[in-house]
Write a protein that binds this ligand. Sequence first.
Ligand code: NAD
Length: 459
Amino acid sequence: MTQNIQLNRHSQQKFFDSFKTRDVDFRIEQLKQLKSAVSAYEEKIYQALWKDLHKSQFEAFVTEVGIVQKEIALHIRKLKRWSRPERVSTNQLIHFWSTSRIRREPYGLALIIAPWNYPFLLTVGPLIGAISAGNCTALKPSEFAPHTAEVISTMMNEFFPASYISVYQGGVEVGSELLTEKWDYIFFTGSKQVGRIVMEAASRNLTPVTLELGGKNPCIVDEDANLKRAAARIAWGKLVNAGQTCIAPDYLFVHKQVKSEFLKLLEKYIRKYYGDPAKESIDYGRIISASKTERLGDFLKGMTTYYGGDMNFSERYLSPTILTDVNPDDPVMKEEIFGPIFPVLEFESLPEVIAFVNAREKPLGLYYFSKDRQKQDRVLAQTSSGGASINDVIVQFASESMPFGGVGSSGMGSYHGKFSFDTFSHRRSVLKKVNWIDIPLRYPPYRKLGLVRWLFDIW
Ligand code: NAD
């Protein structure tokens, strides 16, 4: 593999140095090529997602393939405008008759490392930004979703030369090998633990990184919330992809006054969406591996199960499960759950919940349900998270006009829509001067400090 990586890297460098990818028309052509590739492989992608995660075609389209198709279309439509050098103001007092522009330029060779939970979206989604910004790309899909990784690899090999886009299948060893090479940009989606390894490796070459990580996303249901809507949306957002979503509500904080009513509604919606047992539903996903199912099973040990708790390791199945009497010291509250478990805590005052959230690492998403605008503003003003939704969950992800990314331990950098193009572009500031005039004030021997001070004041 090492030799393969080095050979491809070498040919990608050669290709990048030919300046072909600097041409915006070339990039648009490649985006169109990607669009054709996704169309040609759409059925195979659905089949692979079914095998890897028991993902229904509806969910696969809405949460993966459809988003990718929409994003490609947006980049095709907007790339010409985004990539035009942006004219900005110039201080005409010192730079008389000059112009200033910000040019968005490709970094060069980009490495994209992806996780298994949305294995198509999170591999091909960032690639769209890398292509539109004019980079050559190495893709490393996750080994835990092998069917999807195989389809991505076959699709890319058919539609793109490896000197432009190369795909490396494999696990930790392959990821580690890729990180020993020098890249011009690294875009990583995955766990905090591996995020640290990626950042450390990147630091050796001073390579810029985007880290899309995870965390425990709080979901707060206040006493004045529309409980029906809250239960309907939380049950949906938590159970999409069987809870294996980085922005899924991780734990619920429900006001004491409304807890019992809310729990009844939550159960009602879970049954409505997936029936009981959920195992029979074609819309209910599976855990990615038996060992990860066991890990989730461990969270249930010794806990009070309000609803669900059925498991089958060999089928990678865990039913939607609501836990009550949860203590902040319970294992389920110690790490990101990443599965269909709803630990429910209760609260009496909002400051108490805000303090709880702020005492922990900054989450990727935060959700608050309340009709009161002032309380909504207060929660937003007094907490921090990568993104947030008020009176809904996970939907902030789907907007191409908002950057998607974490803060603190949930990640750094962001993407989606134009933000993807910006992420994979270096902003180069260029000032163009004229020669027919040269104000001598800056040259030694230095005199006239008073005049310079005055100029600084009036700029
Ligand atoms: P992971 O960190 O275990 O693996 C991610 C990728 O890194 C895989 O391709 C894996 O092969 C590779 N990898 C593993 N060890 C490596 C190493 N030592 N060197 C180089 N590469 C290595 O994460 P995962 O289990 O696939 O995904 C789950 C995590 O991802 C969760 O924490 C979740 O919150 C997070 N996530 C975040 C987002 C987001 O957009 N912020 C989206 C999805 C998942």
